[in-house]
Design a protein around this ligand. Structure first.
Ligand code: FHN
Length: 438
């Protein structure tokens, strides 16, 4: 009898320790939903707000290039009468983009929707209309996923201790408990009223925001909508990677192509120009740079969130629309090598990127080398090789190497795709890290 009591008490003691040690069980976004997101490969990022009236960087120019009072009064002039949500969404669609991420609230605290929790919002501008709501409606109409950018830090809010104003000490009137409740109130508004596919957080790096606050808000979001995708900028940590302490579903390298990663979902956010928000005569990337960026993110098994900054009157610059349409024209011909693909099996380098789907390997060529050589893939045989929707190319394959050659010009000097049809499914080939550069 004593033995039984001892055994039972040991069991209950152990199970108590195990339960106590369990991390907070929060509904995580499912692999199926995240796989669907990664199949989309390409989205439009939009940084926009009253600051475009000054042509300086959103959030960051407050108290720097633009005095605080001037910056915080810009909303009184903000009247983007040429804003047309359907035009923005159709521009994204014509670029081959499958989702759109709008800065509903950036670090300057201004809200592009009629929030009930601050007067510092679009309703109190001469324009008055609900920008987020109009975009949500247009995205639904044209089958583009609506994603909402929401800043963690808020340099305008009296309850957030820092204001990027050079103060040496945090604001003693601030109250992070009130501020976190303000965030939850607004996030509930955004989820309930606009049903975003994703919430794109940013500004998680300042001291007042803690890992625990991030975990609390993530759990709150998942109670509102278990399906909504959340990026990895709600908790603390390196944006470029996922780790055991990450709060959120996927990694967000910024202004760079993410590292090859076949396990963790990731999305690079990169500007078409230099600045995130609109700037007059900003330097814009060439079509070659844009296509190489897209092919290289896909080649690394990631997505590309490509940013434009619309003008104060609500229009996207014509030259940026044209560039996006050129990308769309390329995707119209080569989209099978991007959408729904996996990265690899070879790692991207400066002259080529590789994607794969089913029994096909797509080689994205950035230069007309007329010859490619890479390591053989034992057990996998090439059945045919050609430019995608184009003429065949020569190939040789032996136990050590594969050589592909062609003569003359590539079909597209900016980026051409050679498709290798293999004798079996290639999606699970382990990544080959050193495809010889040639
Ligand atoms: O500070 C922001 C910046 O303004 C911009 O929004 C980028 C886009 O991801 N994120 C932050 C910088 O890491």
């Amino acid at each position: 009898m004593l033995k039984k009591i001892l055994l039972l008490s040991t069991f209950f003691c152990f199970s108590f320790v195990v339960i106590h040690a369990q991390p907070k069980s929060v509904a995580k976004t499912s692999k199926e939903v995240l796989d669907g997101f990664m199949d989309l490969r390409f989205g439009l990022f939009i940084h926009w707000g009253p600051v475009t009236l000054r042509g300086t960087e959103i959030g960051w120019s407050r108290n720097h290039q633009v005095k605080q009072n001037d910056y915080d009064s810009l909303y009184k002039e903000f009247n983007p009468v040429l804003f047309d949500a359907e035009s923005w969404v159709k521009t994204a669609k014509s670029a081959g983009m499958k989702y759109l991420t709008i800065t509903a609230k950036h670090h300057d605290g201004f809200c592009l929707w009629p929030t009930a929790f601050t007067d510092y919002n679009i309703t109190n501008t001469p324009y008055k209309k609900d920008i987020v709501g109009l975009l949500a409606k247009a995205c639904k109409k044209y089958d583009v996923k609506l994603c909402i950018y929401y800043t963690v830090l808020d340099w305008y809010s009296k309850d957030y201790p820092l204001h990027n104003d050079g103060a040496k000490q945090p604001d003693t009137n601030a109250n992070m408990q009130r501020f976190t409740q303000y965030m939850k109130n607004q996030l509930k508004e955004l989820i309930t009223n606009y049903h975003p596919y994703m919430l794109w957080f940013d500004g998680n790096w300042e001291a007042p925001w803690t890992q625990e606050m991030g975990e609390d808000v993530y759990a709150f979001i998942k109670q509102q909508d278990p399906l909504v995708i959340v990026n990895n900028r709600l908790g603390k940590g390196d944006h470029k990677v996922l780790s055991s302490s990450t709060v959120g579903d996927y990694a967000t390298p910024e202004q760079q192509i993410g590292e090859m990663n076949m396990q963790d979902p990731w999305e690079s956010c990169i500007t078409i120009c230099k600045q995130w928000a609109w700037k007059p005569n900003d330097e814009m990337k060439s079509l070659k740079q844009c296509l190489q960026t897209l092919a290289s993110t896909s080649g690394g098994n990631g997505n590309l969130l490509f940013n434009v900054g619309p003008m104060p009157d609500g229009r996207i610059e014509e030259r940026q629309i044209k560039r996006l349409q050129e990308i769309g024209a390329w995707l119209h011909k080569n989209g099978e090598a991007i959408y729904g693909t996996k990265g690899g099996p070879f790692v991207t380098d400066s002259v080529k990127a590789f994607t794969r789907k089913g029994n096909k390997i797509y080689v994205h060529l950035f230069e007309n080398k007329q010859q490619l050589q890479f390591k053989n893939l034992p057990g996998y045989k090439i059945k045919s090789a050609s430019f995608l929707n184009g003429h065949s190319v020569n190939f040789q394959q032996d136990d050590e190497k594969i050589i592909v050659t062609w003569v003359g010009q590539m079909p597209d000097n900016n980026c051409s795709v050679i498709v290798l049809e293999m004798n079996q499914n290639v999606e699970n080939i382990p990544v080959v890290n050193n495809s010889p550069n040639n």
